[in-house]
Design a protein. Sequence first.
Lengths: 405, 422, 313
Amino acid sequence: MLKPIFTFLAASLLLVGTASAETVKLALIDPLTGPMAAAGQPAFEHLKYAAERINANGGLNGNKLEIVGLDNKVNPQESLVQLQKAIDDGIRYVTQGNGSSVASALISAIEKHNRRNPGEEVLYLNYAAVDPAFTNERCSFWHFRFDANADMKMNALTDYIADNKDIKKVYLINQDYSFGHAVSEAAREMLKEKRPDIEIVGNDFHPLAKVKDFTPYVSKIQSSGADAVITGNWGQDITLLVKAAAEFGLEAPFYTYYGASSGVVTQLGDEGVGRIYQINEYYGEFEDPEMAKRQTELYEQSGWDFYYLRLSTMLDMLKKATEKADSIDPVKVAKALEGMEMETTTGKVVMRAKDHQIQLPMFISVMQDDMKYGAEGTEYNFKKVARIDREDVSLPTTCRMRRPK
Amino acid sequence: MNDLTAVAPRQNRFSWRALSPWVISAAVLLLLPVVFADNGTAFTLMNLIAINIVFALSYNMLLGQGGMLSFGHAVFYGLGSYGAMHAMNAIDEASYVGEGFWSHVPVVSMPLVGMIVGGLVALVIGWPFCRRAGTAFAMITLGLGEMVAAAGQMFPSIFGGEAGIYGNRTVGPQWFGLDMAHATGVYWFMAFWTFLAVLAIWAFTRTPLGRMSNAVRDNPDRLQFIGYPPRNIRFMVFIASGAFGGLAGGMAAVNYEIITPEALGLIPSGTVLLMTAVGGLGVFYGPIVGAVVVSLMNSMLSDYTDASILYVGLIFLAIVMFAPRGLGGGLEQVRVAAKDGSLVNRLPGWLSGALAVILISLGLILIIELLFQLLHGDDATTQFFGLEFKAVSIISWIWSLILFGAGVAVMRVTRKLREDNA
Amino acid sequence: MLEIVIFSTLNGILYGLLLFMLSSGLTLIFSMMGVLNFAHASFYMLGAYFAYTMGMEIGFWPALLLAPILVGGLGALVEKFGLRRVHENGHVAELLFTFGLAYVIDELVQLIWGTVAVAYREPDYMREPLFTLFGTDYSIFRGVVILIAVLMFIALWFLLKKTRVGMMIRAALTHGNMVGHLGHNVPRLFMGVFGFGCALAGLAGVIGGPLLATEPGMAVTLGPIVFVVVVVGGMGSLIGAFYASLLIGLLQTFFVAIDASIADILNAFGMNVDPYGEVTGITLASLAPMTPFILLVLILIFRPRGLMGELEP
């Protein structure tokens, strides 16, 4: 029974000793329990792992970084409760990635909070919510996106398809909600512009996470004679779709946004090999020894793969910004982040000041067998097929940002 | 006679004692902000609980009072919320221009908009649903819930797609100088509407229609014989319940300033059922207790354990199996005993029963936490009241079994004592 | 066009048969005990996970036999120690109990097998094509699934109509008290029926796991559809459930196959509406997964006793 008391005493002594250095808390508001936990848990483990490295290298301008996980069950309203909890806890940095609905709620709540509570501003670092609106018409000074948005990904993907002359017929299948529609629309517009000769032979929408049997969709794709399928599906919707396609011997490749999200490789196995392509900021070869080390360590530590290179990039940029601003005040850090450039393992990335959208090179990769570093403990992972330069991924923005004085 | 129970005998005479629960609750509502003066999270949680109290009470009008088990109650909550949010945006537009009907409407009245929307939706769709209670009603509301939730994703111009629609509660005319920029200001708004809604729902149980809804739950055939078609009564209860569900939605629109299609779906419909059943169907204030407990568990428990949803499920299951009257039913039993003076005799039995439940739960919690640790390979230890337990050490498991066993033993003794007394 | 019709029919029948395997257990339990088991799809999920875990040790075929037995045993225990206790509090309490049970089973599955899907797959040789038509493969496994479902239907029919146990069950359906008075142990019969119904769900899980996916969300998404089947078919009618399963399976697959929007249909009837409007632009394909629920609401409004049911629920 005495032990907790000792720990408490020791902790308070430690606090007195290092009063000049604070602990900077970064709250992750994502699903950590329940059916969607597989989406939030890997990010949580990534962040904790990356924070260790930051702290070993001097922390955020000499301050220790601590990751706090707050469970939102992917519910926007619950996210706001958790955001309030974070704010009351003195947390000034928030990160989130799963669900544009949650991101939308956080952006509008943080805007209002910062306007109503000057001096207590909160910064929102978005690592995966890809709705283009957040860095266009709804852009906010308090929001920074470290992932390419949906349109940028499509821009990169259609660049690749435009160079691939074998593709003549494309089939679009997406989830019936705002993101799926955005993917479909971007694909149609960009393909029309870059390769007017490509025929869109199908454009299907199916309800989100409701379809158990994708075989009828696959029959349709089969009979349309498509050379390629483009889909923004994620979660079970991508697994089941590709699984059904493999079973019916559909040869057309799937160009996906989230083909490497957790569980897909495990469930598809051989059926995914050579069939699933993914557009992402990284891939699964880890030829950089440092990245290979991170993959091995993270997998051993937590059982999750090093999938989110961007989370490391995000924390590295945050570290650089606190040093540049010589402060951990969110307003100063935000100003330091604007226009920041950084070298990563894949090349230079830039946080565009105009809309707070990161500009970065992207990669098309394809699922392969017998990889040196297998995903999810299997032999499979994603092998690089093409690199699309930062300039080619980039898109103009309509953002007219209101900055604090 | 300060009866709050749904089955209380009809009161004919005004009595000051009947007022006492209301005076006390009003005092509590006034005191809470003083107690939690500097705690923003407490305000956020209280606002959330206030919404859930109204939502759960509106649900209990169906399930507890009318005997209609619904799996689609969030439809009214969500649509009411959407209605209020659109109205709030209309206020924003109109006060910007400075003219038009909406420029005179204060945001404080948004729950009324939600109530009207909820009631209208129930009025439009309810008639064919109310033919039967029981399983048929449960199934048809399940289908309705699924359909409306899917429609929420399909029509972005009304529902805003995945991102939902958002608004600003600080626009339009202010009433009583209520500044709703902060959670504390919102608290007064919530306190006002919750008090009013609880009072109204309680009053509803005292109307002839409220009594009839009990009758239609207990014996619809007999009601038919004496000339009241059960379907009409169910329909009217359905509308009232939908209206109050919409009112809760209107409160939510003001509190969160955002509403997304998730609010229409099966998950909130399940949560409200959970809250109501945990609190107890038979006692008027049961759902209030349930709303407080389940909201707190939903928002706070996951900070301490990864198995939070499992605990909520287990508590629900335990209550359905061992305490069908819910937490509120338990409180009511204590209250009644205190009134008729049998409390002294029964208290030892209850206390040892409570001890048994606590011991068994502690043992179970420890087992679940250790299992979690073992299966997820965390080398972290399980923190338990400041003590640390490691799944790899056998001592942790022995401790959990000792706790569990002690609980079962106390339970046995208690039961035997009770039988001897009887 | 012909290929779409043929494959849609095949797929629809297959999906329908899977639904029937699930709903037959549910309808049996309902007709016997009056309990609409909300956790039925959770037992289906347990079947898949058990078969996955066992299959790694003993292979697919033994798991096909053992996993349902295990699930059935579990179901019998649930009936004996849980459901029987709440029975006296009425049907709503029973529904609430199974609702909570579904919650707990789903969470336990996540606790034990993790939140990510597991790699439960049919044996390699069953992935070979059974036949190839118009360039599309139809795997052996799909054939096996159809075979198992049909065999199960025949066995079930035989059990209920031709055996002594079946006679007792049918008697208890209509004259429960009389069967009790005649000296049969009705509670044990209930336990057996509940366990048997769960075992059928488990069998569906063993097959549905590799066919669809074995992941913690598999129960939540399929659960409501199974209810729809039972209600549409008519509460407690096995034949009704069979027809309703096939109807829903075929309806869903054909809706997907028909590439038309609401506007296309209206315009074909001479109306002139905007083909890209928000309502009129909705395609039948995107409505397909909603068809069961639309059907459910329509049936409950216009024909509450379902397709083949004798009683209203």
